[in-house]
Design a protein around this ligand. Structure first.
Ligand code: ADP
Ligand code: ZN
Length: 628
């Protein structure tokens, strides 16, 4: 069998590798001088050329280089612990990095090849003896994973919005184009730029654009990839990445999700192996010269968990904040991605931008893509406003579950629940404006209400937060008012989650409760997903009480508001049961005229007629909605 053959092949290869290894090891013993930390200190002046530093998987620093004795050059190797390394580092700081000329490239090649071969061989051997099907091919692919180098043809014009940030990056582009200009002036260009922002806001795109504008190579790797597959390989991956990049300079190295490797050391969640990776990253960033033409760009959505060592001068000393696009930027992004699609001229992008608050650039792109897919599926020619509507809903919560039968009773509950959310949005001055309400189930949600902030301010007042909580509780409040306290459903659990989160933040972070201005939860703790800071049980008890008080207070506001406008609640709920989805305009109409909009009346009449026919046996098949 083919599998057996490969196993034997590998066994032989491994044997050969071991023999070569032993020979080379013995050979090297004679030529490399081992230096202790003290030797290194005493002989530092005799070192010639550059010094390379590698971090081993056990956390030791291997310093290697050449020194002169008489008129001959000898090789030395010194294995230091972290403390020693940092003590000596400054002595040869200007020598770290750039690869020295080796006397025997073969020796080096063999030395670097053996561990890889051994690894590969053993892994393949294990895998193929365990799984009889044999997935050797897959293994090959995985282990060969190297930093991806690509040419980027993205330009700044392909990035919509984020204008100030683009402006800042122009300087880097200029530097990458003519590094000499800066070197001659003695100007220090940042080696590392950190981009902070939520996922999908265009951080990768921006890094590619810098490479594209400058016409230089683009290396990319995600933080999580460093530790993938084989634990402990992270440090060597970092080394490879920087090694390749230095050979290709000028270029951009892009490290996505840098928090995966760059977490604070000693933090409770840190692991030994990722610490090695981080150390290697620091060594490499210190290693290349200021004007070596390599710029490292990294992305994260949580700067606060990063090890402060990464942010020191000479490393990532510049941070660029990228936030979710505002309404104007959303319009720009939509228009940009609509460029290569055939779109009906009636579409008003501004209105679509209004309807997509909180969407990232990636989600907006996805909306247009989904719309295009719908058009293709139905063999039409152009994207219409209806396609966009449907696409937005899909991106919010997965494809509509039109076929999922909803009992009439469910429908009734969901209609009041969603109407409750909508009514609070309508009636509380600080609450968000309702854009659309639907009872069509999507994903896990039975229905949903889309709201946009009434003004796009970055700050929220206490009143705003109260209104937001009241809005989330509006669904439950409506259920209680209509069906009674005993009959409320589990439909509100997600709402309660969100409401509690806001209330907790008001108490522990924003100083908006009777517990005063003390901050009980730091940003870092929150970023780790912690909901509890370091404080006594007594304080914890007080915090929980206070959260509850806020929720109760807000719930009272919801109940009161809905009771006061029960007529409107009924009209919205009824419209929802008839049309399933209602728009901001229809809600406004109901609010102003206190009656059902015409389209609801027409539809209702039609359905009533159908029901009658069905009862008399004229129609036999049912609509899925009315099935049970
Ligand atoms: P991040 O790295 O921040 O997670 P990406 O750069 O990978 O986000 O964005 C994913 C995609 O979303 C991009 O390829 C692009 O199509 C789209 N996108 C995001 N932000 C923008 C923007 N500002 N302008 C144009 N397209 C954007
Ligand atoms: Zn709800």
């Amino acid at each position: 069998m083919k599998n057996k053959k490969t196993i034997w092949l590998w066994v032989i290869l491994i044997l050969i590798a071991i023999i070569i290894g032993i020979v080379i090891y013995n050979f090297q013993q004679g030529t490399v001088t081992k230096w202790t930390a003290t030797d290194l200190n005493n002989n530092i002046d005799s070192i010639e050329g550059d010094v390379s530093v590698n971090v081993t998987s056990t956390g030791l620093y291997v310093v290697e280089g050449y020194y002169r004795s008489g008129d001959k050059l000898y090789q030395f190797r010194s294995v230091l612990d972290q403390q020693d390394y940092y003590r000596f580092k400054d002595l040869f700081a200007n020598k770290i990095g750039i690869n020295y000329d080796k006397d025997s490239p073969w020796l080096d090649l063999a030395r670097s090849l053996i561990p890889t071969l051994l690894y590969l061989g053993v892994m393949i051997w294990f895998l193929s003896s365990m799984t009889k099907g044999g997935m050797g091919g897959g293994m090959f692919g995985a282990n060969k994973q190297r930093p991806r180098e690509t040419k980027s043809d993205v330009k700044f014009k392909d990035v919509a919005g984020i204008n100030e940030e683009k402006q800042e990056l122009f300087e880097l582009v200029d530097y990458l184009k003519n590094p000499n200009k800066y070197a001659q002036m003695g100007a220090r260009v940042p080696k590392g730029v950190l981009m902070e922002g939520p996922p999908g806001t265009g951080k990768t795109l921006l890094a590619k654009a810098v490479a594209g504008e400058a016409g230089v190579a683009f290396f990319s790797m995600a933080g999580s990839e460093f530790e993938e597959m084989f634990v402990g390989l992270g440090a060597s991956r970092v080394r490879d990445l920087f090694g390749d990049a230095k050979k290709t300079a000028p270029c951009i190295i892009f490290i996505d999700e840098i928090d995966a490797v760059g977490r604070k050391r000693n933090a409770s969640l840190g692991t030994g192996t990722s610490e090695q990776t981080l150390n290697q990253l620091l060594v490499e960033m210190d290693g290349f010269g200021t004007n070596s033409g390599v710029i490292v760009m990294a992305a994260t959505n949580r700067v606060d968990v990063l090890d402060p060592a990464l942010l020191r001068p000479g490393r990532f000393d510049r941070t660029i904040q990228i936030s979710l696009p505002d309404i104007r930027e959303r319009e720009e992004i939509l228009k940009l991605h609509a460029r290569n699609k055939s779109v009906s001229p009636e579409i008003d992008w501004k209105r679509i931008a209004e309807r997509t608050p909180g969407f990232s650039g990636a989600q907006l792109e996805n909306v247009l893509n989904e719309a295009a897919i719908l058009v293709v599926r139905e063999k039409r020619k152009m994207i219409t406003i209806n396609d966009i509507d449907e696409a937005i809903d899909r991106v919010v919560g997965g494809p509509a579950k039109k076929s999922r039968a909803m009992t009439l009773n469910d429908k009734k509950i969901v209609s009041y629940h969603e109407a409750g959310h909508a009514l609070i949005g309508l009636k509380l001055r600080s609450a968000s404006k309702v854009q659309k309400v639907t009872i069509i189930p999507r994903g896990n949600a039975g229905g949903y209400t889309i709201m946009t902030p009434k003004d796009e301010s970055n700050f929220s007042s206490k009143e705003d937060l109260f209104a937001a909580i009241a809005g989330y509780l509006g669904g439950r409040a409506a259920e209680e008012i209509i069906f009674g306290k005993e009959n409320v459903t589990t439909g509100a659990h997600d709402d309660l989650d969100k409401a509690t989160n806001i209330a907790r933040k008001m108490v522990t972070q924003f100083g908006m409760s009777s517990l005063g201005l003390t901050k009980y939860l730091t940003m870092a703790e929150e970023a780790y997903g912690q909901t509890k800071g370091v404080y006594s049980d007594e304080v914890a008890y007080k915090i929980d009480n206070e959260i509850n008080t806020i929720l109760e207070e807000c719930y009272k506001i919801s109940i009161k508001t809905i009771n006061e406008h029960k007529d409107i609640l009924e009209l919205i709920a009824e419209s929802l049961r008839v049309l399933e989805t209602i728009t901001a305009e229809q809600i406004d109409y109901i609010n102003k005229n206190k009656k059902l909009p015409n389209e609801v009346l027409f539809e209702k009449e039609r359905k009533d007629k159908e029901d009658k026919k069905r009862e008399s046996g004229e129609i036999l098949e049912f609509e899925p909605d009315e099935e049970n």
